[in-house]
Structure formats: C-alpha cells, structure tokens
Design a protein around this ligand. Structure first.
Ligand SMILES: Nc1ncnc2c1ncn2[C@@H]1O[C@H](COP(=O)(O)OP(=O)(O)OP(=O)(O)O)[C@@H](O)[C@H]1O
Ligand SMILES: Cc1ncc(CO)c(N)n1
Length: 266
C-alpha cells in the first residue's frame, strides 16, 4: 500500500502546527503518518514559550527504526531547531541510501516571531537538505533568508524561486501567505517551468500552522503517487477549507480545522 509519510518535525503543544498539524493533515487525506520528533515546543496560539531540541542521534534513531521496518513513500521535514539536528537527519537519509521523496518545509521563525531554527543553521539547511529535496516550500521570509534577496512581490518570488532551485531541490513552492495583497499567490517552479496558484485571502486571525499543514498535505499526495503538481493543488484546496472552517480556539492565531474531510464542523 502507498501513502506512508514519515514526518520529521517539532511538536506544538497547542496542536495547531508542527507534528500535531502534520499527523492530522496526513490522516485527513487518507495517508499514514509516522513521526521522528526533532524538538518539543511549549506553544499555544499566542506564542512559543520554550523550545527543547531533541538529541540529534535520537532523531536519527527514530528515522532509522521507522524506515527499516515500516518504510515510507515520502518524508516531510519541518522544524529541525539547529544545525546538529539537520546534520543528523541528512546523514540518516543518506545512510539509508533510499530514494524516498523529501518535502522540505524550511521552518525558521514562528508567526509570533520566535526562532524555530537557530539563525546560523540556515546555511546548513540549504547545503545539507535542499539538494535531496523533491520539493521545498519556503514562505517569503524563509525565501529571503535562503537567497539574501528581498522578496515582496510576484516578480521577486520568481527570482528567488529560480535561485533556490539552483541549491538542488527538484521543485520550489514559494508560498505567498505573507504578501501584502488581497490576491494570494503561491508560485510553483519545477523542471517543467512555473505555475502560479492564485487564491483569495481569507480574513481571519486563525492561520496558525498553515505552512506545516500545507507541506504535510503535499507529502501525503506525493506518498499516494499524485505527483508534485497535483499534490500541491489538492493541498491548497484542503488548507483553504481548513482555514475557512477553523474552530476559533485560543486567544491568538487559532488552529485550522484539519479534520474537515471527516467532519465539516469542528
Ligand atoms: N489568510 C489566508 N487565506 C487563504 N490562504 C492562506 C492565508 N494565509 C496563508 N494561506 C495559504 O496557506 C499556505 C501557507 O502559506 P504561508 O505563507 O502562510 O505559510 P507559512 O508562513 O509557512 O505558515 P506558518 O509558518 O504559519 O506555518 C499557502 O498556500 C498560502 O497561500
Ligand atoms: C513546532 C512548530 N513547527 C512549525 C511551526 C511553524 O508554523 C510552529 N509554529 N511550530
């Protein structure tokens, strides 16, 4: 059976982003979620109150035992916290000598402005993980950090996506959630060229974990054999409805309704 997704990411105690969002998104799309937890966060809808990275060797061990026994049809990478964890994850992937497609969400800073990756680890992420990636999914600030060029509009996004593709990933999805525009564009750049996915911005504070959710939904599609382009299209529609039907929990940026495919109202 296809559809096995190994998620390597951080835990969000608030349940809206990170591992928790990833498991819900993968499950809601009928794929099978497995996890290697790379960090714990004490987090809710108002902010991140603490980060505890997991020992790098233990992150690698979680990957190893899962891959050796259950196997995976795609691997989703999220928050990795620091350079040592990135090295361990890249090393374990290389040691397995497997060809499982990687969907890399280069998580750096939370919506509330807290560092989820030590700033000096950005170059490690670029050099050690992007060359293995089937798809990398930066938001605007992450694209800026990876390329060192300002990314404020669709033309900038094109330029940045081209540059990020030279770092080695087969495809780049540059997410436009942070654009200051009513229209909301995500730009997909693959070896076949570019595709702009346009949507309407939903006016709501409840967008905690949109990036994690999107990347996991894409990884589910890739694991199910949909291909990157169709996985992105399905994942965008899934996230859109998850934002629209968000339950409104918490006092800050609330979580999405990940389970709308199972029950329309939370
Ligand atoms: N207000 C919104 N209305 C509709 N779609 C949105 C909205 N905000 C984000 N999205 C979509 O959600 C997806 C994630 O984009 P975004 O740029 O917010 O990622 P992100 O910053 O990595 O998210 P996070 O760090 O909160 O997990 C994209 O497909 C984007 O178009
Ligand atoms: C654990 C975790 N991963 C990723 C994000 C980015 O949304 C977050 N806020 N928390």
């Amino acid at each position: 059976m296809n559809g096995r997704v190994l998620i390597v990411a951080g835990s969000d105690s608030g349940g809206g982003a990170g591992i928790q969002a990833d498991i819900k998104a993968v499950s809601a799309l009928n794929a099978f979620a497995m996890t290697a937890i790379a960090a714990l966060t004490a987090q809710n809808t108002t902010g991140v109150y603490g980060v505890l990275p997991v020992d790098p060797a233990f992150v690698a061990l979680q990957m190893k035992v899962v891959l050796e026994d259950l196997g995976a049809d795609s691997i989703k990478i999220g928050m990795l916290a620091n350079a040592a964890v990135i090295e361990a994850v890249a090393g374990e992937y290389e040691a397995r000598a497997i060809n499982v497609p990687l969907v890399v969400d280069p998580v750096m800073v939370s919506k509330s402005g807290h560092f989820l990756l030590e700033p000096d680890a950005v170059q490690t992420l670029r050099k050690r993980l992007l060359p293995h990636a089937e798809l990398v999914t930066p938001n605007l600030p992450e694209a800026e950090a990876l390329t060192d060029i300002p990314v404020r509009n669709l033309d900038d996004m094109r330029r940045a996506a081209e540059m990020i593709r030279t770092f080695g990933p087969k495809a780049v999805l540059l997410k436009g959630g942070h654009l200051e525009d009513e229209r909301l564009c995500d730009l997909l750049l693959t070896e076949d060229g570019e595709e702009v996915f346009e949507g309407r911005r939903i006016h709501t504070p409840h967008t905690h974990g949109t990036g994690c959710t999107l990347a996991s939904a894409i990884a589910a599609g890739v694991a199910q054999g949909l291909g990157v382009r169709d996985s992105v299209a399905r994942a965008r529609a899934y996230v859109d409805e998850a934002i629209r039907s968000a339950p409104g929990f918490g006092h800050g940026h609330g979580p999405l309704n990940h389970l709308h495919t199972v029950r329309p109202f939370p």
